[in-house]
Design a protein around this ligand. Structure first.
Ligand code: BGC
Length: 758
């Protein structure tokens, strides 16, 4: 008890120092002065209200369908608690008209309060505006990453922002910048994959799309990078279970995407719900203040994740009471609490401030950031948008961008004897649990939290089956489900249907899920799906295996019998059409894996493994994935040649120009993602086997050659050393692009090689 007390005193003291420090250095703009003038008029209660976020259910009539706001509850939220923010959807997606009514009523209520501060509404528009009917739903982030196309990520961000504003909402809880390192984790599909550079570059691009040049105009929204930091790598793979991540690894792999997002101007940040090395991040002043503010210089709003202050007491047991939990979290650096079901945060924080246990400076700082974002997104001038300003909502123009993203994401992993593309006059059996459901295209966060209503609400969108039927005519297609997610269905009937088909399109994988609902005890696909694959293989008919899944489930046995394999990830509302275009040759695949596809359940290494993980030459248990990160085929072929560097040695302050020629050596136009890896041969910390440092996507006509140019600087080669410093040590490096390799030396006069080689 005594120890806790001393720690708390320390926390308060350190916080005061840090706040004083940050106030000293932060530049004061005209907007800051305007915000401070407003803060000067506010009571403690009004300030704490701004820091309080509740879910829409709190101000809605319960159990009414369709959803209805409750005027009394809304009045209580605004007039009594001065609530600054409301989030989410009650039930499932609404049409634009209903959102207009909801947001207008909320802002009218806010206008009745003494200071008339508008409410900031937030939503998870994580792959398009997920909770508005008729919106454009894009591939989930994992699929977006497979495109290796930053421009399309940015475009998707712009469209999502447009459609979120068309739903009168200015704040988007996206992008997820967690590192998709663990295929077990049920939210890996919400990430841009396993590589820090890919996550960082895709993340920054989508943020630019969300926020544009002016986050306050009627087409852009404030981004919320999440979940800071280390959420994605729990030891067990299960959501919100403990992680063990040393600080060095945190900085090397998990932090760079957030640092880049701060540079890209992301306005807000959401905290990781988990605990790392026993420290819940919501209680970590080190992470929320020292690193985030002190090192990354983030100046925006920090919001908790769902109920996470309460969980400091209920789940993590680091706060003896709910009130202590509020004190610890706010003193650590939380600006806004996603409470979200009650007003306890408000009540406790008012008391804590009066008792001097949370300094007023900390509250003022948080409120300053919140009000500043409200001004920046234009809420004071335009608390609700104008319904007529969004003629492109759900348009064909937007749909085509989603279709292009899905087409560029779908990854061809095997194509024995060029069985693909198929001929349109073939007789096709379509089967498997993911063949005729939008849930396996859209995934979670689609129309509702778990995405289980997509079949009803993705109106007019094609499942894989429907898209194939449209492409080659119903008369050429037979459908038998063959299996549900984890139990076989009429397998004999499916096998006899296979006998009359020229080819089988077998769609395996997963349905929709997110968060703890998606936890699994076994990465293998359910036995029923493997059984279906094995029975179909016995028919001798060629099997085109389609993997529609949010994470790379182990499919090794089933896949060994396929003639071709395609990974569709969760490719969104247009994923069925994109796949049908690829299967029948109306589009050429160009996706590459943004994660390692494991072969075995107990071998879950990432591609940027250590040399030790490669095993010995005679060791059968070394690195041996089913498909490597960055792998993906095309219907054409590409040849790499002439990898050149501008000089043999790189010195401090210089850059190296790297060029490579890429030729389309096949018969069809195609797109190729050109990936540049580097590998340091020896370093003071065991170097990663290789690391992605740059990429570009090009289009080549048959026979065409393009020279692709990259620039590498010493900073690109840096790593976090044994004393947690980011350094680039001198030494010998390799550059790897396609099958080309070139070596160079980095000569660093300040940080000489600690390996004694240079
Ligand atoms: C998720 C967040 C999400 C929030 C609000 C939480 O359960 O972890 O990613 O933004 O809910 O819906």
């Amino acid at each position: 008890m005594k120890r806790t007390f001393i720690t708390i005193i320390n926390l308060v003291f350190i916080n005061i120092c840090v706040i004083a420090q940050s106030h000293k250095t932060a530049p004061v703009s005209a907007l800051d002065k305007k915000v401070d003038a407003l803060i000067a008029k506010m009571t403690l209660e009004e300030k704490v209200g701004q820091m309080t976020e509740v879910t829409l259910d709190v101000v809605s009539k319960s159990n009414t369908s369709p959803h209805q706001l409750d005027a009394d509850k809304l009045k209580e939220a605004i007039m009594k608690y001065h609530v600054g923010s409301i989030l989410n959807v009650s039930g499932f997606a609404y049409d634009r008209k209903h959102w207009y009514e909801v947001i207008s009523d909320i802002q009218k209520a806010a206008d009745q309060d003494r200071l008339k501060i508008p409410v900031i509404y937030g939503i998870d528009a994580i792959h398009g505006v997920t909770y508005t009917l008729g919106s454009t739903l894009f591939p989930q982030e994992i699929a977006m990453a497979a495109t290796f196309n930053r421009d399309i990520a940015q475009k998707a961000g712009e469209i999502t922002a447009y459609e979120t504003r068309a739903s009168y909402i200015p704040w988007n809880y996206s992008p997820v910048l967690d590192l998709g390192k663990s295929p077990l984790w049920p939210r890996i599909y919400e990430t841009f994959g396993e590589d820090p550079y890919l996550v960082k570059t895709m993340g920054a691009s989508i943020i630019k799309g969300y926020q544009g040049n002016d986050v306050g105009d009627k087409y852009h929204v404030a981004a919320c990078m999440k979940h800071y930091l280390g959420y994605s790598y729990p030891l067990s793979g299960k959501d919100r279970t403990p992680a063990w991540i040393p600080d060095r690894y945190m900085r090397e792999y998990f932090l760079p995407p957030f640092a880049e997002a701060v540079k890209a101007g992301a306005k807000t940040l959401m905290i990781n719900s988990g605990e790392i090395n026993g420290v819940p991040i919501h209680a970590s002043k080190y992470m929320l203040t020292d690193v985030l503010r002190g090192e990354l210089h983030f100046t925006g709003v920090v919001v908790t994740d769902w109920r996470d202050i309460q969980y400091l007491h209920d789940r993590h047991h680091i706060a003896a009471t709910q009130k202590d939990a509020v004190m610890i979290a706010v003193n650590a650096g939380v600006d806004m609490s996603m409470v979200p079901y009650d007003y306890t945060f408000y009540t406790y924080l008012v008391e804590l401030a009066k008792e001097g246990k949370v300094p007023m400076s900390r509250i003022n700082e948080a409120v300053h950031r919140i009000l500043k974002v409200k001004y920046e997104v234009g809420l004071f001038e335009r608390p609700v948008g104008n319904p007529d300003d969004y003629p492109k909502f759900g348009s064909n123009e937007f749909r085509n961008v989603s279709l292009q993203a899905a087409t560029e994401a779908i990854t061809l992993l095997k194509n024995n004897n060029n069985i693909l593309p198929l001929k349109k006059n073939m007789k096709v059996l379509v089967t498997g649990p993911t063949a005729n459901t939008m849930r396996s295209l859209d995934g979670g966060w689609s129309y509702n939290w778990q995405g289980d209503l997509s079949d009803k609400l993705a109106v007019g969108k094609n499942t894989i089956l429907k898209a194939i039927e449209q492409k080659i005519g119903k008369e050429n297609v037979t459908y038998r489900p063959g299996s549900a997610y984890d139990s076989v269905l009429n397998i004999e009937e499916t096998i006899s249907a296979a006998k009359n088909a020229d080819v089988i399109v077998l769609c395996l994988g997963e349905l929709s899920y997110t968060e703890n609902v998606g936890n699994i005890d076994d990465l293998s696909l359910p036995a029923a799906q493997t059984q279906l694959a094995l029975e179909l293989a016995k028919t001798g008919k060629p099997v085109i295996l389609v993997l529609a899944e949010g994470r790379p489930r182990i499919v090794t046995e089933a896949e060994s019998h396929s003639a071709a394999t395609l990974m569709t990830y969760l490719s969104g509302n247009e994923g069925g059409d994109a796949l049908a275009n690829i299967l029948f040759g109306d589009a050429n695949p160009s996706g590459k894996l943004p994660v390692t596809y494991p072969r075995y359940t107990n071998s879950l290494n990432n591609y940027y493994r250590k040399n030790l993980e490669n095993g010995n030459p005679d060791d059968k248990h070394g690195y041996n994935p089913l498909y490597e990160f960055g792998y993906g085929l095309s219907y054409t072929s590409f040849g790499y040649s002439n990898l050149r560097i501008s000089k043999p040695d790189l010195k401090d302050g210089e850059s190296l120009t790297v060029t490579v020629d890429v030729k389309n050596t096949g018969q069809l136009e195609g797109k190729e993602s050109v990936l540049l890896y580097t590998s340091q041969l020896y370093a003071s910390i065991s170097p990663d086997f290789k690391r992605l440092r740059a990429y570009d996507k090009i289009t080549l006509k048959p026979g065409e050659v393009k020279t692709v140019t990259f620039k590498i600087t010493p900073t690109d080669l840096a790593f976090v050393n044994d004393v947690n410093k980011t350094v680039t040590e001198g030494g010998e490096f390799k550059i790897l692009i396609g099958d080309q390799v070139v070596n160079f030396k980095y000569i660093n006069s300040l940080v000489p090689s600690r390996t004694g080689r240079l």
